[in-house]
Write a protein that binds this ligand. Structure first.
Ligand SMILES: Cc1ncc(C[n+]2csc(CCOP(=O)(O)OP(=O)(O)O)c2C)c(N)n1
Ligand SMILES: [Mg+2]
Length: 285
């Protein structure tokens, strides 16, 4: 029987009060609930405060380049489609530097669970505006306020027909719900994106725990996540009230399901074969 301690990693170096602690603890609870043996899954991350999370767990991990979480996660899935793969990224990492990869991972529907630590700021590099920073927000680097309109990641994912789109809140009141959302995302066959609202105690003094707590609410029990137009409409709600929950899901086939080479065994279990290509190469001269 697995326990919380089976996933114990290094000592976190986050600021006291950071929302990342709540995400880490929630994830460990999910691993226990789903009886995920540490060797059966891999957590991939890029660079950022949120991206340090894999160091604080015990499982297979890969800490890659900033913005390149999803290409690595995709590669792991193609090499071993029996491996559960989670990709963790900050809002900057995923929606900024890695934005192009996000679009194509959604389109392919690779079977990866993406958790975005969305604190609406570049935390690790000390507070520059990220793609989800509100327009007009003053930072040390944007003294006249951020000029760009923020990205709405949920609306973008739904418009791309992402097969699982959700939002959670990493505050005490939102954690049981977040746990259920992440479980569903991991169980989902296909690309699952979970945007997680989290505070940054040091560089985002506006969107605090309290700010989110006052606004975050759960999508109502009768909400139908298969209605794409309604999901898009709800994804536009942001302000005095911010919906959380599973906004949209569909069951289109995953990328891996379409690959005949993976029908029998994962690539890592298949024997290597060498083919003499000299005849084909000679034709190119
Ligand atoms: C290609 C590249 N560009 C920029 C950086 C510098 N950099 C490292 S982390 C980071 C921001 C991280 O912000 P976010 O992804 O939101 O994570 P957080 O620290 O807020 O959790 C930046 C700009 C880098 N390491 N590599
Ligand atoms: Mg961030």
């Amino acid at each position: 029987m697995l326990t919380f301690d089976d996933y114990k990693g290094q000592q976190p170096s986050w600021c006291p009060g950071c929302g990342n602690f709540a995400i880490l603890n929630t994830l460990k609870k999910v691993f226990v609930d789903l009886a995920m043996q540490p060797h059966q899954f891999t957590i991939v991350s890029g660079i950022g405060q949120g991206a340090k999370l894999p160091h604080y767990t015990k499982c297979n991990t890969f800490n890659g380049l900033h913005g390149r979480t999803l290409p690595v996660a995709t590669g792991i899935r193609l090499a071993n489609n029996h491996m559960t793969v989670l990709a963790l990224a900050g809002d900057g990492d995923c929606y900024g530097e890695g934005g192009n990869h996000l679009i194509h991972a959604i389109r392919r529907n690779i079977n990866v669970t993406l958790l975005v630590h969305n604190n609406q700021v570049y935390g690790l590099t000390k507070g520059q505006a990220s793609p989800t920073t509100p327009q007009g927000r003053v930072t040390k680097i944007q003294p006249s306020g951020s000029l760009s309109e923020p990205l709405n990641p949920l609306a973008m994912a739904i418009s791309l027909n992402c097969s699982f789109v959700a939002r959670g809140f990493a505050g005490a009141s939102g954690l049981p719900f977040l746990q259920e959302i992440i479980k569903e995302a991991i169980r989902h066959e296909g690309f699952a994106m979970v945007d997680i609202l989290q505070n940054c105690v040091t560089f985002n003094k506006v969107n605090t725990f309290h700010w989110y707590k006052e606004r975050a609410y759960e999508l109502e029990a009768g909400y139908d996540p298969t209605d794409r137009v309604e999901a898009f409409r709800r994804s536009l709600e942001w302000g005095e009230r911010i919906p959380t929950g599973i906004f949209y899901r569909n069951d289109r086939p995953s990328y891996e399901q379409g690959l005949t080479v993976l029908k029998e065994d994962p690539l890592v279990k298949q024997a290597l074969f060498r083919k003499d290509m000299s005849a084909e190469l000679a034709q190119l001269h």
